[in-house]
Design a binder for this molecule. Structure first.
Ligand code: BG6
Length: 298
């Protein structure tokens, strides 16, 4: 759909509008009474969420390239249908294909003080090339006093399929060395920086080096406590059994051209997922919905 048609069908003056980057990516600007948000159709990628009167909650790399075909670094990449490398195909792109494909606008709903935007992705040559299943994916962002993200996958194939998914949320922090994440104590995790060893979290998660952990069998709300910014961010989940916590630290950040050497202290990812042994097995005709609900308390 061209931008003029999107405007005509979905724009709500003063509340929701469409714009285009110089590289041709279309994004949606949402202004609700309680918060503003920006969502790119490229990857159904939320890049900004800012509760009224607060600073931005999400980290977006100053070096990210906003171009077709490449992932955006920061915000909330939608990861589907596999997480990390594809187990049976080393040539497949990392973290699935949903984050690098253009999604369509399906619906806009304004109810009281909230604005809900639904984007959808359907099978195409690009999805079939790497993942030969029929599906419907819908991503709904509801902007209000909290931010709700819902990823809905419907299996429209004649047979069951399995998939992994993540709402790979990058948070802005004052200094990652001074924040803590509560909600994971007592949970087992796979330590990706220590050969995927299975370990158990004791107490809050704090960051003092490269951190890449897949917490399994956890449905708990995580609380990101940032004394430097004097705020706590609550990450509540629905139908999500894994949580990933990631900070690349110095060397990994340096190796990522779209990250910037200096940016790593200012971010942490707390990802609402179903990955690895928590992957979803979805029978034909069924729908699975996973949600992350973010709330900021000053
Ligand atoms: C995290 C993974 O979810 O994403 C890390 O656990 C990975 O291993 C990180 O490095 C970033 O991935 P990408 O593909 O966006 O560079």
């Amino acid at each position: 759909m061209e931008i003029a048609e999107l405007e005509e069908r979905f724009a709500v003056p003063g509340v929701l509008g469409f714009e285009t980057t110089s590289s041709g990516l279309v994004f949606v600007q949402v202004t609700a009474p309680a918060a503003s948000a920006t969502v790119y159709l490229h990857g159904a990628h939320l890049t900004d969420w800012q509760p009224a009167g607060e600073s931005p909650v999400l980290f977006l790399s100053a070096r990210t390239e906003l171009v077709p075909g490449k992932p955006i670094r920061g915000g909330v990449p939608v990861i589907f249908p596999w997480f990390g490398g594809k187990a049976d195909d080393k040539a497949a792109p990392a973290h699935g294909i949903a984050r690098v494909l253009p999604w369509g606008v399906e619906d806009v709903r304004v109810t009281g003080g909230t604005v809900a935007l639904t984007l959808s992705l359907h099978p195409s040559d690009a999805t079939q090339k790497w993942w030969p299943h029929e599906f419907e994916a819908r991503f709904t962002v509801t902007v209000g006093s909290s931010l709700e993200m819902s990823l809905q996958i419907r299996n429209t194939s004649p047979a069951a399929f399995a998939f992994e998914e993540a709402l790979h949320t990058y948070f802005t922090v004052s200094d990652v060395r001074n924040v803590r994440v509560d909600g994971l104590s007592g949970t087992d995790y796979l330590d990706k920086v220590d050969g995927f060893k299975r370990k158990q979290q004791e107490g809050p998660v704090t960051i003092s080096g490269e951190t890449d952990r897949v917490y399994i069998d956890t449905t708990a709300t995580c609380v990101l406590d940032d004394p430097g910014l004097r705020r706590r961010i609550f990450v509540e989940k629905v139908n999500s059994a894994s949580t990933v916590v990631w900070n690349p630290w110095i060397a990994k950040a340096k190796a990522m051209a779209d990250f910037g050497e200096e940016a790593w202290p200012g971010m942490i990812c707390i990802e609402t997922c179903n990955v690895g042994e928590n992957r979803v097995n979805l029978p034909a005709g069924q729908t699975h919905q996973m949600k992350a609900i973010l709330r900021s308390e000053g």
